[in-house]
Design a protein. Structure first.
Ligand SMILES: C[S@@+](CC[C@H](N)C(=O)[O-])C[C@H]1O[C@@H](n2cnc3c(N)ncnc32)[C@H](O)[C@@H]1O
Length: 389
C-alpha cells in the first residue's frame, strides 16, 4: 500500500468528514454495518461519496480508465446494435445508466447520426450530480446540435419504454455483500471501527435473501468451508425495475466479470473485491473512504437469471473482444487513416487494449437482455457464449 500516492490535504479532509458520518451510522447500528451499506456510503453519499463528489475519476488524470474513455471506437460498436434495434422498432429512445464522463453518449450518438438512426431522445439516468454536470458540459462542447435530444432523468422513465438501455461498468459499482461460507452456514462481513480505523467484523448472517443466495451458490459451485466472496443482491431488484419499464427493447450491459462457475471457482476463494486509486488496484476498502473506487466483478449468470425472472430473453452473451469485432471494430480501425498515419497507429493501440485477451478483451463481457426484439443482433452473431452462463 506504501506505493500509493497520498491524496492532497483538502481531499483527506473530505474523506474524514465521510468517515465521521459512517462512524456515527455504525454507532447507531449496534457497532457494525453490513459491508454493502459501507460500500454504498463510500461511493454515493451526497457530496462526499466517490461518485458523488467532485474529483476526477475517469481517464489518465483519474483512478481508472473505462473503455469509452480509452477509445471513441468503443462506443461506435454498441451503436451498431442500437441502430438495428431502433430500425426494428421504427424509432425509439436510448437510455444510458451511469454515463460517467459522457464519453459513451457522445460516441454512440455521433455514430447513430452517421448511420441515419438517431434516437428520438437520449436519456441519461445518473445518480451523481457532479457527473451529470460533467456529462452536460461534454455534450454541450462536442454535440451542441444534438443537445435538445438529451435529457437527464432522476428516476426510470414511465413503463412502455421502446429502444435500447445501455450500462457500461454500472453493475460492478453497485454495493455488494461480502460473505464467508463456514461449511454449514453463512457469515456476513460487516464493518466496525476502532481507534485504528475501520475494520472487518464477521457476523452470523440473519438476512434471508443473503442466506438463500449463498446457499444457492454453495449448491451450484460447491464452495469449500472458509470460502470468501461477494454477492451482488442489487442485481435482481434493479433488473426487475428496469424490465418493468421496457415495452419493447434491448438492455445491453458491458462489465468485467464471469459466468457463475468461474466467478465462484475454488481458487477464487477471496472474492473479487477491488479498489482503484490513481491507476493502482488494491484490496483495502477502508483506505481513504470516498477517495477511491470500490468494485466487485459481475456474476453474469446472476444477471441472466434475474433478467429471465423479470421477463427478458438473454439474446446474447459474449466477450468484449467478440462483441466489438462482430460490430465492425476492424472496419472502423481501417477507416481511421492510412496504416502509417499517427491517427491509425493510435487507434490500433486502443483496439489492442480493447480486444487482447490479457487486456480488456476477455475480462469484459457484453450481455443482451431483450423484450420482443428479433436476434441475432450485431455484436452477438460471431460468438455465442450463452451456454457458459
Ligand atoms: C465505473 S463508473 C462507469 C461510468 C461510465 N459508464 C463509463 O463507462 O465510463 C460507474 C457508474 O455507474 C453509476 N451507477 C451506479 N449504480 C447506478 C444505478 N443504479 N443507476 C444509474 N447509475 C448507476 C455511477 O454513478 C457511475 O457513474
Amino acid at each position: 500500500m506504501n506505493e500509493l500516492p497520498a491524496p492532497p490535504e483538502h481531499a483527506l479532509a473530505l474523506s474524514e468528514q465521510l468517515s465521521e458520518l459512517i462512524r456515527e451510522e455504525i454507532a447507531a447500528h449496534d457497532g457494525a454495518l453490513p459491508f454493502s451499506v459501507y460500500m454504498e456510503r463510500c461511493l454515493y453519499t451526497t457530496g462526499l461519496g466517490y461518485y458523488s463528489a467532485g474529483s476526477r475519476k475517469f481517464g489518465s488524470a483519474g483512478d481508472f480508465v473505462t473503455a469509452p474513455e480509452l477509445s471513441p471506437l468503443f462506443g461506435r460498436c454498441p451503436a451498431q446494435t442500437c441502430a438495428r434495434v431502433l430500425e426494428q422498432l421504427e424509432g425509439g429512445d436510448i437510455l444510458e445508466f451511469g454515463a460517467g464522463s459522457g464519453a459513451l453518449a457522445v460516441d454512440v450518438l455521433g455514430e447513430l447520426e452517421r448511420l441515419g438512426h438517431l434516437p428520438g431522445r437520449y436519456l441519461v439516468l445518473e445518480r451523481s450530480a457532479d457527473l451529470r454536470a460533467r456529462q452536460q458540459q461534454r455534450v454541450a462542447e462536442q454535440l451542441p446540435h444534438l443537445r435538445d435530444r438529451i435529457r437527464w432523468l432522476d428516476t426510470l422513465p414511465e413503463p412502455g419504454f421502446a429502444g435500447v438501455l445501455l450500462a457500461n461498468e454500472v453493475v460492478d459499482a453497485m454495493p455488494a455483500e461480502r460473505f464467508r461460507w463456514t461449511g454449514t452456514g453463512v457469515e456476513r462481513f460487516c464493518v466496525t471501527c476502532s481507534a485504528a480505523g475501520f475494520e472487518w467484523q464477521l457476523q452470523a448472517a440473519t438476512d434471508e435473501v443473503l442466506i438463500t443466495a449463498v446457499q444457492g451458490l454453495q449448491q451450484d459451485c460447491g464452495l469449500a468451508a472458509g470460502y470468501i466472496s461477494e454477492v451482488n443482491l442489487s442485481i435482481a431488484p434493479w433488473l426487475e425495475s428496469v424490465a418493468g419499464v421496457i415495452g419493447r427493447g434491448l438492455l445491453l450491459l458491458c462489465d468485467y466479470g464471469y459466468p457463475r462457475h468461474e466467478y465462484y471457482h475454488p481458487q477464487r476463494n477471496r472474492g473479487t473485491l477491488m479498489c482503484h486509486y490513481r491507476h493502482r488496484a488494491h484490496t483495502d476498502p477502508f483506505l481513504w473512504p470516498g477517495l477511491q473506487d470500490i468494485t466487485t466483478h459481475v456474476d453474469f449468470t446472476a444477471v441472466a437469471e434475474a433478467g429471465v425472472a423479470a421477463g427478458l430473453d438473454v439474446t446474447g452473451y459474449t466477450t468484449q473482444a467478440g462483441f466489438l469485432l462482430d460490430s465492425g471494430l476492424d472496419g472502423l480501425l481501417q477507416a481511421s487513416g492510412p496504416v502509417d498515419s499517427p491517427a491509425y497507429i493510435k487507434a490500433a493501440q486502443q483496439v489492442k487494449q480493447l480486444t487482447l485477451p490479457g487486456d480488456m478483451g476477455e475480462r469484459f463481457a457484453f450481455i443482451g437482455l431483450a423484450k420482443d426484439i428479433d436476434g441475432p443482433l450485431p455484436g452477438f452473431r460471431m460468438q455465442d457464449r450463452r451456454h457458459r452462463l
